[in-house]
Ligand binder design. Structure first.
Ligand SMILES: [Mg+2]
Length: 398
């Protein structure tokens, strides 16, 4: 089998990859919703993989893997990897999980880091009211993650005197600094308020940064120990930080029982090596659509397991194609697997154009693993055409 074309269309906001072959089998991959600008980057790899056998996934990846980087630039490579696995699975007539060593669970746990409600304010009662809405969702999530402190910056942005720094209101600007005592206490009180809503049956995870100092992170992690958090994510470095700094985390992780988590921005297993081998964190959270793909994530989970580190894959903006990829790989991960972050279709018409997902997708915080070949999903081509941009009109041809 030979690759005949690599196409990319921006559908909604998700760059979608389609690889075609000379045997009529095609494969799908995608990148996160905010990465609509990625199309030229995907097409950059086209000439490097044409004519290759897509079912030799690793051989194809060796041609392009070096040419990626930390988030957002590893996403194009990752989307191609997913599409290759989709083809390999379809060609073999088996779901991807069979090619990764087989599933060890029939249903995969998911957590909510994605389905959100607007905030009325940033006081403890606002966090509590917001958490109640997430608790009441029909998915019955058993773990809910909430952004706090520097994450997404609503607290640093909206709370005067939250930290000793001047907030720069630019998208992706790396605001960081020392928290005031007032900001610190407010953060603790908000977490306590959320935990009171959740009780001891639903786990609470926090997405905290990046932007916190080492000492604030340690202080917060220790103060929140009685809350029995699932994890504290990306407090110091993390999302869109193009480096790792295990030494920073090593000044926190050994000194608190609150699990410390990072990894959504990291590209390739090599960049997890220090973090994992030095036990710099307790939980890693690579995203299959950023880390280099499905097999890359599986590899990292196995290495993490050898070092007693847990795995909670990132996925919030991965869309429904990313959801399928997450289900396939998560079914195969060792028992250090906690849950993956549920992506949703955005806009909602994505649910009308993707065929093959269970209905409802999530029951009791789990997704049943399906058995159809490859990713096990496809486009309803006729229903999708209305959403194709003019320049992508030939996306389904060939
Ligand atoms: Mg995060």
């Amino acid at each position: 089998m030979k690759i005949t074309d690599l196409k990319c269309a921006v559908i909604g906001q998700n760059p979608v990859v389609r690889i075609t072959t000379d045997e009529g089998i095609d494969g799908l991959g995608a990148a996160e919703t905010p990465k609509h600008y990625l199309k030229p980057m995907v097409l950059f790899y086209r000439d490097m993989i044409l004519g290759e056998d897509p079912t030799d996934v690793e051989r194809v990846m060796l041609r392009i893997r070096r040419m990626g980087s930390f988030k957002p630039w590893g996403a194009a490579v990752s989307a191609i990897e997913v599409a290759l696995w989709d083809i390999a699975g379809k060609a073999a007539g088996v779901p991807i999980y069979k090619l990764l060593g087989g599933k060890i669970r029939d249903k995969v746990r998911v957590y909510n880091g994605n389905i959100r409600f607007p905030f009325d304010g940033y006081q403890p009662e606002d966090f509590a009211a917001n958490m109640q809405k997430m608790k009441d969702l029909p998915e019955s999530f058993s773990i809910i993650k909430q952004g706090i402190a520097f994450h997404g910056s609503p607290m640093v942005k909206n709370m005067p005197g939250y930290y000793y720094g001047e907030y720069v209101p630019k998208d992706r600007y790396p605001n960081r600094g020392v928290m005031t005592e007032k900001g610190f206490k407010l953060t603790v009180d908000c977490v306590i308020a959320m935990k009171e809503v959740l009780g001891d049956e639903i786990g609470l995870a926090l997405d905290c940064g990046p932007g916190m100092t080492i000492t604030d992170t340690l202080r917060l992690a220790q103060a929140l120990e009685p809350m029995n958090l699932m994890w504290m994510e990306d407090a110091i470095t993390g999302d869109y930080t193009p480096y790792v700094h295990p030494d920073y985390f090593l000044q926190v992780t050994p000194y608190t029982s609150t699990p410390i988590h990072t990894g959504e921005q990291i590209y390739l297993r090599h960049n997890f090596k220090d973090l994992i081998e030095r036990n710099a964190v307790n939980v890693v959270g690579p995203d299959p659509l950023d880390v280099g793909g499905i097999a890359e994530l599986k590899w990292i989970a196995e290495l993490a397991d050898l070092h007693g580190i847990q795995m909670a894959p990132h996925g919030t903006a991965d869309g429904l194609i990313g959801l399928a990829a997450l289900v396939q790989v998560s079914a195969t991960l060792p028992d250090n697997y906690i849950a993956f972050e549920l992506p949703t279709g955005n806009p909602a018409w994505w649910y009308d154009i993707i065929v093959g997902l269970p209905d409802p997708i999530v029951k009791d915080s789990h997704i049943q693993v399906w058995d159809t070949p490859g990713l096990g999903i496809s486009f309803d081509v006729e229903a999708t055409k209305q959403y194709l941009r003019e320049e992508d009109a030939d996306f389904f041809e060939g």
